[in-house]
Design a protein around this ligand. Structure first.
Ligand SMILES: [Zn+2]
Length: 499
């Protein structure tokens, strides 16, 4: 299976867990696969225990701009899978259907149990258009809807769920970094676990076939599948496994290539032109996944390279966007301003690109410590998440925490799983001296990332404050905190039983 990019700390922890999986002699452990198929709720729980680790991974990134873009592809794919009957209402309800982004620059995407999906920014950065990115998401989505994962964890894996979770995390870590695995003398075991957790050739072909149908239904161009496949095939020929861990879990077998060639006959041969929006987002992913100074300098230089003027417009936009962001990361305000002005001018004729350029300008203003400029730059009335979160940060810094709190409160009422919004809401309350509410919002942020232990700790701290009469909490607030504390406590008890 699939890898996320795990950081070294998580790698060590998961490999340690992997080595410690031998059960005590004679122990009777509950297993997932006892009665044939894994139920959707068992799979969901297994997924949660993996996702909980991924949220804590230093590579995990919740970038509102990239998350929103990926969602604009992901949601139509989900809707298409529903329409085609691939995504049943039971799975729809039980599973998370969330895409977690990782900063890693290697090319990878993977489906996890329970409807979680991992996507490396490295993969986003090499896609030429939205259709290519959608083809990968549709393929991974189909592994979940076809219950491939449940079949994998059943097949010869009679372990307790927490052991399976450790195995999957260990295999993911080893896929990412085989050398580190070897150094820990655990590489062999981790890779064996990975082999066991890899999808079969038939499953891969099925995910290709179903994914192709789902992407087409969602309105994506079939050429996206074909050109992405060609890209992967080329990397496989160059034996570029180090940069393409995706190839290790998705070997380019002759059957897959033959299937794709027959689909190619059906597809229009005209290459898909990238939208300006996609070019910008691929550029953003490139900067985030290549944080080294040399890489950033090279991106800045691309905007002044001799061939620039001859490039197609979306390509120019992508380069300008990446160069501007890179210059800002290099803390070069003069170059940043110059490039931003060029980006602005180039984006003027495209609404989506214009908006993304404004957001970037606002983000740069915040990074330069000029919160007032953020509020003059971005659309503060917008109800979209990137604007909301950026505006709230600037408001908190400019004595407008009350306004920020009000808007964030409205947001989390409908988006209770938005950890970043809860975290900002906590800061906004804190800035106004509302400490009970601040601690409670902090607790909710932990719940949103499935860290119930930390959440309970915060809820108890809030209860303490209430008891001391501090923090200005009223009766309603206090009873919400009591209820939430009890709910989280019962979640923790359930988790303990699963072990
Ligand atoms: Zn696959």
């Amino acid at each position: 299976m699939p890898v996320l990019s795990l950081g070294r700390r998580a790698l060590a922890a998961t490999l340690a867990a992997l080595l410690a999986v031998a059960p005590p002699a004679g122990a009777q452990l509950p297993t997932l696969g006892d009665s044939g198929d894994v139920t959707t709720s068992a799979e969901r729980k297994l997924g949660e225990s993996i996702a909980r680790e991924l949220y804590r991974d230093p590579d995990y990134i919740d970038d509102p701009v990239l998350v929103e873009y990926v969602q604009s592809l992901w949601q139509p794919l989900l809707a298409a899978a529903r329409t085609r009957g691939e995504l049943t209402s039971e799975m729809d309800e039980r599973f998370a259907w969330q895409v977690l982004l990782g900063k890693d620059r290697t090319i990878n995407a993977f489906a996890l149990p329970g409807g979680w999906m991992g996507l490396n920014l490295g993969l986003v950065s090499i896609t030429a258009n939205r259709d290519e990115l959608a083809s990968v998401l549709a393929h991974e989505l189909s592994h979940v809807t076809q219950r491939h994962i449940s079949r994998l964890v059943t097949r010869g894996n009679q372990q307790a769920p927490w052991m399976l979770a450790a195995m999957i995390l260990g295999a993911m870590a080893a896929t990412r970094n085989p050398q580190a695995g070897g150094a820990l003398m655990a590489g062999g075991q981790a890779l064996a676990a990975q082999q066991q957790l890899n999808f079969s050739r038939d499953m891969e072909r099925e995910a290709d076939r179903i994914g192709f149908g789902v992407a087409g239904q969602a309105g994506f161009q079939p050429q996206g599948f074909v050109t992405m496949f060609e890209k992967l095939q080329q990397a496989a020929r160059l034996n570029d496994n180090g940069n393409y861990p995706y190839l290790r879990t998705h070997p380019m077998t002759s059957e897959r290539i033959a299937d794709m060639q027959s689909r190619q006959q059906l597809a229009d041969h005209k290459p898909v032109q990238p939208t300006a929006e996609h070019a910008l987002m691929a550029g953003r992913a490139r900067v985030f996944s290549n944080p080294g100074v040399d890489a950033l300098r090279a991106m800045v230089a691309e905007a002044d390279a001799s061939g620039f003027a001859a490039l197609p417009r979306p390509r120019q936009l992508g380069i300008l966007y990446a160069a501007t962001l890179a210059a800002s990361r290099l803390r070069d305000p003069a170059a940043t301003r110059r490039l931003l002005a060029r980006l602005d001018a180039a984006a003027a004729s495209d609404t989506a690109a214009q908006r993304l350029a404004r957001l970037l300008a606002g983000e740069i203003a915040l990074a330069e410590g000029d919160a007032a400029r953020v509020l003059r730059t971005v659309d503060v009335e917008s109800k979209r998440r990137p604007e909301l979160l950026l505006t709230a940060q600037a408001q908190i810094q400019t004595g407008k925490a009350g306004e920020a709190a009000q808007r964030l409160q409205t947001w989390v009422a409908t988006q209770p799983r938005d950890a970043a919004a809860w975290q900002l809401l906590s800061s906004a309350y804190g800035a106004q001296g509302q400490s009970v509410r601040a601690v409670r919002a902090d607790a909710e942020a932990r719940v949103a990332q499935l860290d119930y232990t930390a959440a309970l700790d915060r809820f108890k701290a809030a209860q303490d404050l209430v008891r001391k009469g501090a923090g200005g909490a009223d009766y309603i607030e206090a009873s919400i905190i009591d209820t939430r504390a009890r709910q989280v406590e019962s979640r923790l008890r359930e988790q303990a039983l699963e072990r």
